[in-house]
Design a protein around this ligand. Structure first.
Ligand code: SAM
Length: 254
């Protein structure tokens, strides 16, 4: 997968050199390219923002550098590049006014050959930028939660990390993603229950005996029961949604 990130703070993305994503980049599974929006400015101060039309506080990111940046980055795919010949990128615009980012959405994005992220700052990006881009490529406005960050960089890190670990070959054990909270399939949108490792007894606290029993059926039933309990405690609305969906996940014990 190819990922391009356009930002005024390329240094913000140093963590993408580390851990699973760093390894996936080194292995050629992920081709991540960072672009400084200011390289598409033409004034002495490399200005990327201006006052909002209609008045109000704060500044808005100017359309011209964004338009040029997207033309340059997403305009023409390289033949033989990581995204593949003829690929059209999907533009992801993190914004608190976007539609929610979920595990299901991450899965869908992980199936794209090429994503481009536009990291907003200030009061956001002039709305014509997304409208113009949408004439050439699919555009998604994505919110990572009901709160307001200072910029789209941290939201992009969240999305890139979530999407990347779903790519084949990125996780050491692909089964981990299947067992995760929210994963489709076994967990049916439940939260993952408690997890333990050795030693079996630590500071007077015991690992639940069923996990030491070697009885895989019993372990699966216990995990499902604990997942339901944790979901009921921390996210009861998820259980209600499951119940409204026909009790599909609630009546399965094996
Ligand atoms: N005025 C904007 C609003 O109320 O919708 C908030 C702008 S915010 C200060 C600056 C940038 O941070 C946004 O353009 C976006 O890139 C990013 N951002 C802030 N909160 C976010 C969230 N919950 N999800 C995704 N991106 C977010």
């Amino acid at each position: 997968m190819r990922i391009d990130i356009i930002t005024i703070f390329p240094d913000y993305f140093a963590p993408l050199e580390l851990s699973l994503i760093g390894k996936a980049r080194a292995a050629g599974i992920l081709d991540i390219r960072l672009h400084d929006l200011r390289s598409w400015t033409h004034d002495r101060h490399n200005t990327v923002d201006d006052t909002p039309y209609g008045g109000g506080p704060g500044m808005v990111m100017k359309p011209e550098p964004w338009g040029e940046a997207l033309d340059a980055v997403a305009g023409a795919p390289e033949p033989g590049g990581a995204a593949g010949p003829g690929a059209v990128p999907r533009l992801v615009v993190p914004t608190p006014s976007g539609t929610p980012f979920t595990q299901e959405r991450a899965k869908r994005l992980s199936e794209e050959p090429w994503l481009v992220f536009a990291c907003g700052r200030y009061e956001g990006i002039d709305s014509r930028v997304a409208a113009d881009a949408a004439r050439r490529m699919p555009v998604e406005e994505v919110s990572i939660g009901d709160y307001v960050l200072a910029g789209g960089e941290s939201a992009t890190l969240v999305i890139v990390e979530t999407v990347s670990r779903l790519l084949p070959g990125v996780l050491g054990n692909a089964e981990s993603a299947v067992q995760d909270s929210f994963a489709a399939g076994a967990m049916e949108n439940l939260l993952e229950g408690p997890v333990f490792t050795k030693p079996a007894r630590w500071r007077d606290l015991e690992v639940p005996p069923v996990l030491l029993s070697g009885d895989h059926g019993a372990v699966d039933r216990w995990r499902r029961h604990e997942a339901l309990r944790k979901t009921a405690r921390n996210r009861p609305e998820l259980l209600r949604a499951l119940a409204e969906g026909g009790m599909a996940g609630l009546d399965r014990t094996d």
